[in-house]
Design a protein around this ligand. Structure first.
Ligand code: PLP
Length: 354
């Protein structure tokens, strides 16, 4: 196993280069930072750090359940959705079992599967997207679960609700289908595309969400799963009792009700993504059309581009570890960050593409 390689932190690059004002477009964070309501809730929560958090997250789950139209017993919280994904793997996998994923899947999935002693079965993509019928066909007696990111990271591809439903109909009911919707709020048809509406019909469906992306709270570490109560109950047995901290609960609760923040973030992202796509088209740089808050572009010598951009003070994400050695993933930042990226990209591209 190879450790997960996060996007390079700003502070690290600035220290290494002895510069200030570097730009990070490497981890699909919301560039706006949290809204006013969240900041106020965090300041308030900071006054009470000596007590353990509410391990049942009663208030948070009540509110979230009401918003999503499910029962609080259907919600399991995690220290980021990574925590939830790992917990699912630990509860349902063991040596001798397999987990099915896509060829270009989020790297946390193979890590979680292998970490639980399971075997990874990676299914070839079609046009960089999940081949859901082939994933269903890859299920055998040893298969306990499959992970599907929708939209997918790092390809930005998306499967329709109809396609997810067809998959669920094809997969045996004792195989978990985990639909990771970390970017679903960015989809232009959201929330119509979420698999939450299928939970009633498929007790083997788990939908995961995060506060790290459109909600702008990556540092707080808050994510959750929605599933049948029986399934949540199984997961709760291995969940650490205080896996989600008080500040995450307070900030998350405030974020849930800040509908305007999410709407504005979605609008700004759509604008920034369209501008980035147009800029790549104008330069003749191929890219994979994206339903997320990032664009994966095909530059060829991705490692050389990455290094040269770093020296310009611009951090993007190499995706060779996702089987995409010729590509780089660029998160949609603020307008001034994107201008800075394009300036640097042009210098680097002018040199390397020649
Ligand atoms: C960013 C991301 C997540 C979120 O992880 P957290 O642990 O909630 O920060 C989950 N799934 C995918 C595919 C992602 O890209």
């Amino acid at each position: 196993m190879h450790p997960y390689e996060p996007g390079k932190p700003l502070e690290t690059l600035e220290r290494e280069l002895g510069i200030r004002g570097a730009v990070k477009l490497a981890s699909n964070e919301n560039p706006r930072g949290p809204g006013e309501a969240v900041r106020a809730a965090l300041a308030h929560g900071a006054a009470d750090l000596s007590r353990y958090p509410d391990g049942s997250a009663f208030r948070f789950r009540e509110r979230l359940a009401a918003l999503q139209g499910v029962h609080p017993d259907q919600i399991l919280l995690g220290n980021g959705s990574n925590d939830v994904l790992e917990l699912i793997a630990r509860v349902f996998l063991a040596p001798g079992t397999t987990g099915v994923i896509d060829q270009h899947a989020f790297v946390v999935y193979p890590l979680a599967i292998a970490g639980a002693g399971g075997q990874v079965r990676a299914v070839p993509s079609v046009a960089y997207g999940h081949d859901l019928p082939a994933m269903a066909a890859a299920v055998d007696d040893t298969t306990r679960l499959m992970f599907i990111a929708n939209p997918n990271n790092p390809t930005g591809t998306v499967a329709s609700l109809q396609e997810i439903e067809t998959l669920l109909e094809a997969v045996p009911s004792d195989v978990l289908v985990v639909v990771d919707e970390a970017y679903c709020e960015y989809h232009h048809e959201a929330p119509a595309t979420t698999a939450l509406s299928l939970l009633d019909r498929f007790p083997n469906l788990v939908v995961t969400r995060t506060f790290s992306k459109i909600y702008g709270l990556a540092a707080l570490r808050l994510g959750y799963a929605v599933a049948a109560p029986e399934l949540v109950s199984l997961l709760n047995r291995l969940r650490q009792p205080f896996n989600v901290n008080s500040l995450a609960l307070a900030g998350g609760l405030a974020a849930l009700d800040d509908v305007a923040y999410v709407a504005e973030s979605r609008r700004l992202n759509a604008e920034g993504l369209a501008a980035l796509e147009a800029a790549m088209r104008a330069r003749g740089v191929p890219y994979i059309p994206s339903a997320g808050n990032f664009l994966t572009i095909e530059v060829g010598a991705a490692g050389a581009y990455y290094d040269a951009l770093l020296r310009e003070g611009v951090i993007v994400r190499p995706v060779a570890g996702y089987g995409l050695g010729a590509h780089l993933r660029v998160s949609v930042g603020l307008a001034e960050e994107m201008a800075r990226f394009l300036e640097s990209f042009d210098r680097v591209h002018g040199r390397l593409a020649a």
